[in-house]
Design a protein. Sequence first.
Length: 167
Amino acid sequence: MRLRMIAAAAVMCAAFVACDGKAGNRQLREAAAVHEEILATHDSIYHRLVDKREEINARIDGLPPDKKSANESMLRSIKKSMDILNTWEESLVGVPGYEFEHHHHHDHDHGDDHHHHHHGRENDRMLRGMSDKEILELQKALRSRLNEVKAEIDNLMDTIEMYERRD
């Protein structure tokens, strides 16, 4: 029993030393930079959607039925885009040894339950046992998927803006 406790303590100490030393690793520094980039991209997409939704909500009440219907359709598309963005965010993981400042947006005024940059403990647990290279590759994969989501949302926003210019 005592031998197990000593072994467990040794493993914990080794893990602590390993985690402490990782912050200087080149691959983890690069992973942290990619993570910061995706947080900024996410914020940009999120705010663009919220701003457009608020703009549409502000004008929708005074519109004739045909234009009101079109604007309601735009709002549904924005909601779907928010859902896609939130789904991407649910897969977000941090970078061991790095803390990131997160700005939490709770958009309850318009019915969204958006928990911004919330690294779920269960997501971060998956990093255990991953090499620094694998963590970097994971951050790059998250960035790649976010760029796909961004392209879809950019297309939606272009369509909405084209419709608005027609009016």
